[in-house]
Design a protein around this ligand. Structure first.
Ligand code: GDP
Length: 479
């Protein structure tokens, strides 16, 4: 409301090729229909099948979402603690997403994966209201996606772990021991889809074990990984994922643009920053600098500048020549980093010297938080705003292994230049390489053989649509 007193300008393709539903309230979420003003031409159109499945999902969400009659009845069924002697006849099934305390990039990727699972299995996605989601994102559907805070198990979420009696892994163990049987299933199951999952919990990604959860009304999924590529290994999902996304390199791109609309407060930050600092430039270059260790000497600066020069992203400077007053072209550099030093060094370099191409280079950095605070509201807001701003750039350089960078480039539909990590303190050569796809990397794939029930390790043969990640050999991604 208060941030947008002026009439809202209507972009041409405000529905992003049919990805977004029409008719949702404009003022409570200005970004939803305004994002197209800030995004370049939509390079990737969603498939008509994805569009129709999303409309179908929205109808299901409306029918089963919080405080609907179906929701209330499903809740009664849960409270009765009943096994199969009572069935939940509403036809509504749910997957509740609850995040561990982890970085925002990880959480965004896992939430998108949970939504894909909901789409594939006709479940309704509900989100842990204790998470940062309400501070960062608008409601994506007509009926809320936030789990009501009086949901009976809500206090147990943080305690759920891979060995909990309610976990999928434990249930499978009990079934194989004969102490549970698949015809009397509990009303809810906990899915442990974190990087530290064990073999039994990994069986969630096995075709023959998915039926165990199929008829369970309530699934509670805790995850910090982008598990969409692992869903693709379930053969019953594979065909559907391919139909939804004929170009598998755009799975997160579409899901992210569909789900994650900055709240009005965050959108105010993003658009003010963009309009003031980035809009006028002829080209925008994003550089995401994620330093995973202590780095007082700006160890990556040479690597970043070498990458920028080699890939023609930014020009070198001209010794002691003064800054040219009349320039051909202005490039704005948007740096995102917890550190301040890189920005200072680059800004002063381009301030003091002209460039060999005569271009004027402006350097900007919205914040430098120094440390990562996963549960501070304003910190998360800045992180989200910066991921989004990076996604609005024309060319993007990201740091290897960083989910923060993955969200930025996938949302933007950009193939980033990845800064590889130095090995044994030696800067990599070449300093950066272009990613093979726009998809995020799944950092902790199951590598589990569902037949032999053995860990296969990363050497196992991959599906042709999935490949080891550019920046992390252990990980996998859609190509
Ligand atoms: P990853 O650890 O690089 O995979 O990314 P995550 O987003 O999962 O976790 C890193 C967290 O550190 C972010 O969520 C932010 O809280 C913080 N952070 C890291 N880099 C930046 C940055 O460039 N800007 C801001 N504002 N926060 C950052």
């Amino acid at each position: 409301g208060e941030y947008f007193a002026q009439p809202v300008q209507e972009p041409k393709d405000k529905l992003l090729g049919g990805l977004l539903p029409e008719g949702l309230d404009v003022n409570s979420c200005v970004s939803r229909y305004q994002s197209a003003l800030y995004r370049k031409v939509q390079k990737h159109q969603p498939s008509s099948y994805l569009v129709s499945r999303l409309r179908k999902y929205e109808a299901l969400h409306k029918q089963c979402g919080p405080f609907t009659e179906s929701y209330n009845r499903s809740l009664e069924y849960l409270k009765s603690g009943s096994h199969s002697q009572y069935t939940n006849s509403t036809g509504c099934k749910y997957v509740i997403w609850t995040p561990p305390i982890h970085g925002l990039g990880n959480r965004i990727l896992s939430l998108a994966s949970a939504f894909l699972y909901a789409l594939l299995t006709n479940r309704v996605l509900l989100v842990d209201p204790e998470s940062e989601v309400p501070d960062l994102f608008c409601e994506p559907f007509e009926v809320s996606w936030l789990l009501p805070s009086d949901f009976p198990l809500i206090g147990n979420f943080s305690g759920f772990d891979k060995n909990s009696p309610q976990s999928f892994g434990t249930l499978l163990k009990n079934i194989s021991r004969g102490s549970s049987n698949s015809s009397s299933l509990p009303p809810y199951i906990y899915l442990h889809l974190l990087h530290d999952y064990d073999d039994d919990n990994k069986r969630f990604f096995c075709n023959q074990d998915q039926p165990v959860v199929q008829n369970v009304t309530w699934l509670i999924a805790k995850s910090n990984v982008y598990f969409a590529p692992a869903l693709f290994s379930v053969s019953t999902f594979q065909q559907e994922i391919s139909s939804l996304f004929p170009d598998l390199g755009t799975v997160f791109h579409h899901l992210g643009r569909y789900l994650f609309h900055p709240t009005n407060f965050v959108w105010g930050l993003i658009t003010t920053y963009y309009d003031t600092n980035l809009a006028r430039a002829d080209e925008r270059i994003g550089i995401q600098i994620r330093v995973f260790e202590k780095d007082p000497e700006l160890k990556l600066l040479d690597q970043i500048m070498a990458c920028a020069a080699k890939e023609n992203l930014l020009p070198l400077v001209n010794g002691t020549e003064p800054v040219a007053s009349q320039s051909l072209k202005t490039k704005a550099v948007l740096i995102a980093s917890l550190e301040y030093g890189y920005f200072k060094a680059m800004r002063s370099m381009y301030w003091k010297h002209s460039t060999v191409t005569g271009e004027v280079i402006e350097v900007h950095q919205p914040s430098h938080e120094k440390y990562q605070y996963n549960d501070k509201k304003m910190h998360n807001i800045k992180a989200w705003a910066e991921m989004y701003l990076l996604s609005l750039t024309d060319k993007l350089v990201t740091s290897a292994d960083s989910t923060f960078g993955y969200v930025a480039h996938s949302l933007g539909g950009l193939k980033p230049w990845i800064l590889y990590k130095p090995e044994n303190h030696v800067a990599p050569d070449p300093p950066c390489r272009r990613a093979v796809s726009k998809e995020p990397c799944m950092h902790a794939p199951p590598y589990f053989d569902c037949i032999t029930k053995q860990w296969t390790g990363p050497g196992a043969k991959l599906d042709p649509h999935v490949q080891h990640c550019d920046d992390k050999w252990y990980g996998i991604k859609f190509i």
